[in-house]
Design a protein around this ligand. Structure first.
Ligand code: PFF
Length: 456
């Protein structure tokens, strides 16, 4: 028997399928590994006091992130449509309600909002490729690198230009489609990034402050950890794994039947977490060794790495390569952020992929100016969580993704019948039972508990 799906036959996706299991894993890893690992992880760890935050982050990744990712992939593969249509279809098919489509909508909106600021920071990496290659950081002191970064953020013209350039690159690849576009980009980027991080790790081990960095990252001091930091750690877990917004659901829609969802998820989670931890191990020794501020915020990586590399022989070369890889990592993640919205526009409004990519990309590009200006002209406009950027980040990472993730877990764990989920997860053995326990109880209750405590 194939399955108990309506119509008796497995669906296929309109947008084509991944050519292999490896292509899917590379694409999801490409989406997961991005600015979140190398730019955001170190800076939020720095802002939230180190060890205790890292511990909570790791618990969230494995106890909540992993089951939510599996849920998202299985829902995506079962529905084989864009996240909104899939949620609507499965909501009806599983005897619940078509209103589940709102969960898909939440994800489409979250993706658009996240990409609006993601593209701005990715633009920074493009500028830093040029700065590195032209020797801006050669022999620079800490004060010079920091001052250069501050001046850079104030430059509305350049930061707007690179944001525009990055959105252009993203629209280009998304327009080219699943097979040709997405697969090509990730194939060499993730391995190259891993090698680069290991090379940089060698440098930070020799910096003389490695032990200090390790201690900061792994010695938990729970007195520094309020509920807000716990929420930030959980939000970071969702953000870094690209879950809670339907991106992985959209990728799951193109996944061949025979691929193991648990195996693919575990591979992605381990690769993503390793790169984030490696980034921390590279950055923190450099921060302490050079007397920089651990809580420097979004500028942290853009100050530490150019400084450290500027002092080393061949530094301009390594620094250039590093920012090229970071830009690539951001690029492959940006594709995932746009995919749900684009797939939706193609399926519901009869647009070609190119038209959809241009329309959605254009909206995101415009919204991005909220973030560009948060670092200069509008830096004094502060409300709720801080600047416009701070608010978009807080709303998406700390509220929308966890909420989306919770509902995804509830849908897969409670709404879908056991047969459907067991069918997708390849039987009802130990892994299935562990997933079901996490998806039904641990993830939803854990997320709700943290959200309530942090917000009240
Ligand atoms: N996971 C990406 C990162 O860590 O940079 C960010 C991201 C990409 C989030 C794609 C969500 C998504 F759909």
């Amino acid at each position: 028997m194939l399955s108990n799906q309506a119509g008796g036959e497995k669906r296929t996706s309109l947008h084509g399928h991944w050519s292999s299991r490896m292509a899917f894993i590379l694409a999801v890893t490409g989406s997961a590994v991005g600015l979140g690992n190398i730019w955001k992880f170190p800076y939020v760890v720095g802002e939230n006091g180190g060890g205790a935050f890292v511990l909570v982050y790791l618990v969230c990744v494995f106890a909540i992130g992993m089951p939510v990712m599996m849920s998202e992939i299985l829902i995506g593969r079962r529905g084989r449509r864009n996240p909104i249509a899939t949620m609507e279809l499965l909501g009806k098919e599983e005897g619940s309600s078509a209103h589940w489509r709102w969960l898909g909508t939440l994800g489409v909106v979250a993706g658009i909002l996240i990409l609006s600021y993601y593209s701005v920071i990715a633009g920074w990496t493009l500028s830093y490729i040029v700065k590195s290659a032209t020797g801006t950081f050669a022999g620079a002191t800490a004060a010079q690198v920091v001052a250069d970064h501050e001046a850079f953020k104030l430059n509305t013209g350049i930061t707007s230009l690179v944001h525009t350039l990055f959105m252009g690159l993203t629209i280009f690849v998304v327009a080219r489609g699943v097979e040709r576009g997405l697969e090509q980009a990730v194939r060499f980027m993730v391995p190259a990034l891993l090698i680069m991080m290991i090379v940089l790790l060698g440098y930070s081990i020799n910096s003389g402050y490695f032990a200090t960095g390790v201690e900061f990252m792994f010695t938990p001091d729970f007195s520094k950890l309020g509920w807000n930091s716990v929420l930030a750690a959980m939000g970071q877990a969702f953000f870094t794994l690209s879950i809670g917004m339907g991106a992985i659901m959209a990728y799951g829609a193109y996944l061949p039947e025979e691929t193991s969802i648990a195996g693919a998820s575990a591979t992605v989670v381990i690769a993503d977490t390793s790169i984030a931890i490696l980034a921390g191990l590279v950055i923190f020794p450099l921060v302490f060794g050079n007397g920089l501020q651990v809580d420097a915020g979004p500028g942290l990586v853009f100050q530490t790495l150019p400084l450290a590399l500027g002092q080393m022989p061949g530094g301009a070369f390594f620094s250039t390569i590093f920012f090229i890889l970071l830009a690539f990592a951001a690029w492959t993640s940006a594709l995932g952020l746009m995919e749900p919205a684009v797939a939706w526009l193609v399926e519901h409004h009869n647009r070609t992929r190119t038209q959809a990519a241009i329309i959605i990309g254009g909206v995101i590009w415009l919204l991005g100016f909220g973030t560009v200006l948060s670092f200069n002209v509008l830096s004094d406009v502060k409300f709720l969580a801080g600047t416009i950027y701070d608010n978009v980040d807080y709303l998406t990472s700390n509220i929308m993704l966890p909420l989306g993730g919770m509902l995804i877990a509830v849908f897969a764990g409670w709404v879908m019948c056991r047969n459907s989920t067991a069918d997708e997860l390849g039987g009802s053995g130990g892994i299935y039972r562990a997933w079901r326990l996490l998806a039904r109880f641990v993830a939803p209750i854990g997320i709700l508990f943290v959200l309530i405590n942090a917000i009240t």
